[in-house]
Ligand binder design. Structure first.
Ligand code: ZN
Length: 242
């Protein structure tokens, strides 16, 4: 998987430079423009800075040959799922403004049916696998089509072919397990500690041992609205209020 950084200039319309609050999900899009290259789509986002083409961007764009362009740093928000209203389920999991809590990936495609080349598809699987491992996300519940959040017909191929979407998520999960047997088996399948925080119910990776709940710090604090970072030099978990 080849990721090239080609960051947008900071501007009001496509790269506001605001901090991403946390990462609770990954959103898959299609560019809705058949047979265009990732670079052309990236430049389209860049040219939004002039203010004549509305708002919109994504963190990544996957090319027809599988190469990936990163347009926005993972510490910042992209404008990829903004809408007037959101599905209730999405708000429950991602908050009132899902751009604050998600990473957006645009996929190029050959035709109007949205079907991706094998190369694009494989890179999408790889990228989602890496992001799920980094942010401790469960591919079966934390990968979204744009459609799942706003109802928009995007990623069209996965909206029209629900079985393909399910297959895709399972592929990401299988890759994660192959990559990191020990941890991922625990995180994804078995060991979840359930919380009820002022009525909001959620599970966090962890386990119960001799009457003590051991839970993943990031998983819990993320859900409570804190930003969790790791300082490798001092081996310290840094917790910040949003
Ligand atoms: Zn979309």
């Amino acid at each position: 998987m080849n990721i090239k950084k080609d960051l947008l200039s900071i501007n009001k319309y496509s790269r506001p430079g605001e901090k991403l609050k946390s990462v609770k999900g990954i959103v898959v899009h299609w560019v809705a423009n058949p047979n265009t290259y990732a670079k052309a789509n990236r430049d389209f986002f860049e040219n939004r800075k002039y203010g004549e083409m509305g708002y919109g961007s994504a963190h990544y764009i996957i090319d027809l040959n599988g190469d990936i362009i990163q347009c926005i740093p993972l510490s910042e928000i992209a404008y990829h799922v903004g809408a007037d209203s959101y599905k209730e389920e999405a708000i429950k999991k991602l908050g009132n403004y899902p751009n604050n809590t998600t990473i957006g990936i645009e996929c190029t495609h050959i035709d109007w049916d949205g079907k991706m080349t094998e190369e694009t598809y494989n890179s999408l699987v790889e990228l989602c696998k890496d992001l799920c491992l980094t942010y401790k996300l469960n591919p079966l519940t934390d990968l979204y089509r744009h459609y799942d959040i706003t109802g928009k017909d995007c990623h069209k191929w996965f909206v029209d072919n629900l079985d393909e979407w399910e297959k895709f998520k399972n592929k990401v999960r299988d890759k994660m397990i192959n990559n990191n047997k020990e941890i991922q088996k625990n995180i994804i399948y078995k060991n979840i500690v359930n919380f009820d925080f002022e009525g909001e119910k959620f599970g966090v990776p962890g386990f119960l041992k001799e009457g003590i709940s051991y839970v993943q710090v990031r998983g819990l604090l993320d859900r409570l609205g804190y930003i969790v970072e790791w300082d490798n030099e001092s081996k310290t978990v840094i917790i910040k209020k949003e």
